[in-house]
Design a protein. Sequence first.
Lengths: 115, 416
Amino acid sequence: MTRYLLLITHEPWDWSTASEETRDAFFAQHRAFSEHVAEHGREIASAALGDADTATTVRHADGQLVLTDGPFAETAEMIGGYYEVELPDLDAAVAAAALLPPSYTVEIRPVITLE
Amino acid sequence: MNDENLERVVREEWGRLVALLLARYRRLDLVEDALGDAIEAATRTWRVRGVPDDPVAWLLTTAGRRVLDRLRSEAVHLRRAPELIIDAEHGPTRAGTIADPGGIVEDDVLRLVLMCTHPALAPEAAAALALRLVLGVSTRDIARLFLVPETTMAARITRAKKKIVDAGIPFAIPGAEALPDRLDTVAQTAYLAFTAGYAPGSGAELMHTDLAGEAVRLVRVTLALRPAAEVLRALLALLLLQHSRRDTRLSPDGELVLLPDQDRHRWHREEIDEAVALLDAIPSARPMSAQAASYLLQARIAAEHATATSASATRWDRIVGHYDALLEVMPSSAAELARAVALSESAGPAAGLRALEQIADVGSHRPSAVRAELLRLLERAEEARESYHLALERCGNAAETAHLRTRLLSLDGCVG
């Protein structure tokens, strides 16, 4: 078993204007993901995140703490949420990620476990 | 003598050894080092005690002990429960450890091939890794193949292995629905391995025909799984046609013999027949991937050569046509170079030279070698000499260097 963090990125959009069908489809796709994960491994944590314009980035520059308004990387897509899961291998993680809404781009990263 | 035996065993059995060790211990990070240690031990031991009856089993046992030693010291280091080691010593049972829902074939080498060519790896890294782990091609020759420095290639292979371990790329055969997508990459890998077999690019030995034969076997194994896969059928035809000429490519003195001078009676006729039958069975109107089409066109070119009764009977016009089609589906400087050669045969050396001038310089010695031959035919001896010298500067292969020197000397003879 390997622990994976699935970082979900997508283009910013307004969930509040989404139609009922769109919302239902999203919920069904996330449910299918969770069922797949439960069947082959386990889900450790997950969250949907506030929009990138609510982000605050903290970094050190010349020994000073500097806060910046916005995400650490300026890209067209933003990180919208994550799942932390435990699955047998990368193929299982890819199969799970494939069940999420097709508007997502999902980055799969193994989690380093420190003894 | 023993060292030669060892070298042969390692070259022929490398992939099987890696696959068996990986199937047993699941530790890609330990397997290659352990195998390296075992080969070193064999170099010392076999010299004294002679080659064992079953050299593969000897290497496997010795490498297995090295892996266990490492697992033990890791366990001590991490103060882990001893049952983990007991488990590894007994070896995991097949059914319990491998996610293999399709259950298509029991072949550890194929598992290894599919792991190395996993789509989560960059294609060049995947091909390089398969050449290294499945066929045991040296990092130096793989670097030559991909036209990058050896250190760059070594780093690329290390990175790919690290990704397999860290990201959890499985050592397994995927289900039937995922397998077809993986076959294109396997075909590409086998083709590159075959190319490596015929032009290793370093050392005194011009060709490793054993290695080329392994690449053919790799295609056969995969094709047996998917008999309808056009990419593998076209590739097998191509490899068989090229491989059928293996006994005539070198003179008894180890010098390169070019296609027109090869003894056609010594070409392996049964392999040519098999390839032509494979090509005839592929419906030409059927849509296929660019890769499959590229192998099919290259195979048709090779078939023109293989079925011509003599060099002068070769249908160069048809070959130029195939190259034109090939450059449409998959442009490459190698194909442009070959087209220039074909054009010089069908339309004269001046036409070939003009085509040659359009090709971008990628640092290979081959365009210069061809240019030298064409200039020679056009009786432009001084320019031909310059081209031979440039080709010699760039050539890292002893047999090809010898051939180029002979040609250069005979040119001087003509002028003098």
